[in-house]
Design a protein around this ligand. Structure first.
Ligand code: NAI
Ligand code: 15L
Length: 263
């Protein structure tokens, strides 16, 4: 690619992508509403609010691919979620339509299905069961991507990320963990696949304790290599939450216990 746009570049995964994806394009265009480090070689830093349609239109111009990580990433008030994850997603898809449909990797989330119980194994074809307004906003993003694919041929990988961290922090994350290395290889596969369409792909490592059938990953030739099992002893040494606690019962864990935030 000549230019890969990374939204949410000031965030946790945005910083990881910035550090590790320079080889994917001549130029990384880095965007966020928050402060970012100054541009280095082969980088462009573009402050941008995803809710600003004109700014997003300009942002997408000249990009061959979009790694869409920007937006609200946890449970927050509707006002905040609506700006980043509803209006922002609409603006992004409209900008992509105006600029030749660059391929998009959309960072969706396990919180689209958070109310499934932990004894259930899911396929991507199972109905959504979001666990809060944040999860609902990611369902909206998945629906937008599907509609722009059907109507205009826009390609998107809908990557339902589990928990992307250096290592799992608790028992639930033994199932949801996505290692940084696997995340990077997944991004590479998405942008290198000859054909993509609009698949939902579970963004999860090859965990023994996994809940999600990862067959759609094979469509793009992605095979996660890491497995949370190497952290088993460390995690088992931590206090076990009660069996009826949200983090023990639901795939979305404590997100299911969040209130509807008003501010
Ligand atoms: P983060 O919260 O660290 O980063 C998100 C970035 O988006 C922030 O830098 C924020 O300033 C920016 N942003 C928020 N509203 C914006 C707006 N209106 N305009 C422009 N930028 C805006 O989140 P993280 O962990 O880096 O996640 C990245 C993406 O991956 C998010 O979309 C999140 O929902 C998704 N995801 C992440 C998971 C994880 O394990 N880190 C798990 C599942 C999904
Ligand atoms: C998410 O969607 C969040 O963005 C992230 O902060 C984690 O909490 C992750 O899900 C998770 O479920 O562990």
């Amino acid at each position: 690619m000549k230019r890969l746009l990374i939204t949410g570049a000031a965030g946790t995964l945005g910083k990881l992508a910035r550090a590790r994806l320079g080889h994917m394009a001549d130029v990384l265009r880095l965007a966020d509403i928050a402060d970012m480090d100054p541009a280095g070689d082969g980088e462009e830093v573009v402050p941008c609010d995803l809710a600003d349609a004109a700014a997003v239109h300009d942002l997408v111009q000249g990009c061959d691919g979009i790694l869409h990580l920007g937006g609200i990433s946890v449970e927050r008030s509707w006002d905040q979620i609506q700006r980043g994850n509803i209006t922002g997603v609409y603006n992004l898809y409209e900008a992509a339509r105006a600029h030749g449909h660059p391929r998009i990797l959309f960072a969706t989330s396990n919180h689209t299905i958070g109310y499934y119980r932990q004894d259930q194994v899911l396929r991507v074809t199972d109905p959504v069961k979001p666990d809060g307004l944040y999860g609902v906003s990611k369902c909206f993003g998945e629906a937008m991507a599907s509609m722009y694919h059907s109507k205009f041929g826009q390609e998107t990988a809908l990557v339902r990320i589990g928990s992307c961290l250096d290592k799992p922090r608790d028992r639930r994350m033994m199932s949801t963990w996505l290692s940084p290395d696997d995340f990077v290889s997944l991004i590479e596969c998405v942008f290198r696949a000859p054909m993509l369409g609009c698949p939902i792909i579970w963004g999860v490592s090859d965990n023994n304790a996994g809940w999600w059938n990862t067959e759609t990953a094979k469509l793009i030739g992605w095979r996660p290599k890491d497995n949370s099992e190497i952290f088993r002893v460390e995690i088992e040494a931590t206090p076990r939450p009660p069996a009826d606690a949200p983090q023990s019962v639901y795939q979305g864990g404590v997100f299911t216990a969040e209130p509807i935030h008003k501010t």
